[in-house]
Design a protein around this ligand. Sequence first.
Ligand code: UT7
Length: 328
Amino acid sequence: MSQIRAAISAISGYVPDDVLTNADLEKMVDTHDEWITTRTGIRERRILKDKEMGSSFMAEQAVLKLLQDTGTDPAEIDLLICATVTPDFPLPATANIISEKTGIKNAFSFDLAAACSGFLYALITAAQFIESGRCRKIIVVGADKMSSIVNYEDRETCVLFGDGAGAALLEPSPKYGIEDFILKADGSGCRHLYVKAGGSVKPASHETVDAREHFVYQEGKAVFKFAVVNMADACEELMKRNGLTANDIDWLVPHQANKRIIEATRTRIGLPEEKVMINIHKYGNTTAATIPLCLWEWENKLHRGDKLILTAVGGGYTWGAIYMTWAY
Ligand code: UT7
């Protein structure tokens, strides 16, 4: 590994004001608060209600705040990567739109689709440009307006997801930052979690709309089993090869898909509850935004040198873990 590390030097987030509670969902589908709370840990989620606004709106708010908080001139940004599965449009990239909206004029920008692992994938992609010395300031933003692809007639998926965005500024550091990572993908997972229509295999038609095939389809149990095993495996493998025990880890920052998956991972690697960032009860699963939203919320509790494990499992399948030291 090169001497220069890619470090998160600032973090920011945005969630819409509108709240969709479990009580609200009880009025929409055959479900109840107790089922949702005990099976998932979710109590409410945020929804971007304005139909004219997409993922880029939330990303824009998070990026503008990041630039403002750090006094960064948008012209200094070299690259912006947006992790999302709910782009504003199939074409062009939402990252291009975010850059335009935030005055980022000297950067190249692109979207990265790795579902719930999107932020991890984007962070590691960005880190390569920092470590190589090609870029000095990169923004990685995870943004998903899941409410735009959730079927609010399907009780098995509609209770799970929410909308949000989180953004990180990545800069070179001689001492802190990304130390190691494991990222994996297995395309056989596609059939368990995907949007059936709207791509090149099944372009939009009256039939696909009538069959509600533009919404997220998930076989929850299959994904759950995969997530429980692989999230913990990735963390364990990463800790082992870096000589880390549970005592060495200050924070576990898990993707927020299900509190039971987080609990299983925490138990497997032997961490106490107070070292785990959990906000799923407030936001549900915001896909690429869960991890930066956690870091944003916990920012005041983080200290320079803290050892963090970030981990996620998602559609694809995609999954992995990142070991980093906090830089500020
Ligand atoms: O971030 C991307 C990755 N996604 C995930 O990690 C999600 C992984 N999956 C899960 O989190 C869980 O599988 C779910 C929360 C989606 C479901 O929990 P589960 O414990 O696996 O429940 P289940 O699918 O086995 O369903 C149990 C029962 C079923 O009824 P029967 O067949 O036992 O009569 C479901 O029909 O619960 C029923 N059910 C519901 N009941 C009330 C399913 N959804 C609901 C609901 N309200 N919303």
